[in-house]
Design a protein around this ligand. Structure first.
Ligand code: DAT
Length: 172
């Protein structure tokens, strides 16, 4: 069977990882995995964060759960963090970026408010996830993608699909 790359889509909540990841999977046949959903289904938590009113991800169990699939290849992983995945898993990392005012509206539409909303906007302003990605992976494989408009989405899809095709040629 042909080798396929593993792709990480990361960035602040609301930047469009799920939208891009599902569409990319649909167009390429790669498998989309949403780590938030995976954790919910498997109850892969290790406690509860009172401040943010959300469960705390059990990162080790998430990694164990994904290990076999990742070693087969052809996986698109979507998560708003990236420092706990084994570096060797990913052939390329995309950090989606959204302008603050646009992100604000998207998160409000998702019923984020108060501290949770403000903290996520700050996360984007301070490019927290981009820096996390640059610290966790080789800089050459980390790419930022603008994710503000439907045109951005199409451009990102085209660019990633081209990259996948080239990777497949080079590795098979
Ligand atoms: P994430 O998975 O990063 O939390 P999402 O895919 O759920 O983000 O997208 C959040 C919202 O923004 C959703 O209503 C779809 C919309 N959206 C995503 N990408 C977009 C884009 N490039 N242009 C316009 N809207 C977009």
């Amino acid at each position: 069977m042909a080798r396929e790359p593993n792709i990480l889509l990361t960035g602040t909540p609301g930047v469009g990882k799920t939208t891009l990841g599902k569409e990319l999977a649909g167009r390429t046949g790669l498998t989309y995995i949403n780590v938030g959903e995976l954790a919910k289904e498997g109850n892969l938590y290790e406690g509860y964060d009172e401040e943010y009113s959300c469960p705390i991800l059990d990162e080790d169990r998430v990694v164990d759960e994904l290990e076999d699939k990742m070693s087969e290849g052809g996986i698109i992983v979507d998560y708003h963090g990236c420092d706990f995945f084994p570096e060797r898993w990913f052939h390329i990392v995309f950090v989606l970026r959204t302008d603050n005012s646009i992100l604000y509206d998207r998160l409000e539409n998702r019923s984020y408010s108060g501290k949770k909303l403000e903290d996520n906007i700050q996360c984007e302003i301070f490019q927290t996830i981009y820096e996390e990605a640059m610290e966790s992976y080789r800089e050459e494989i980390v790419h930022q993608l603008p994710s503000n408009t439907p045109e951005d989405l199409e451009r990102n899809l085209d660019q990633i699909i081209q990259w996948i095709e080239q990777w497949m040629k080079d590795n098979n």
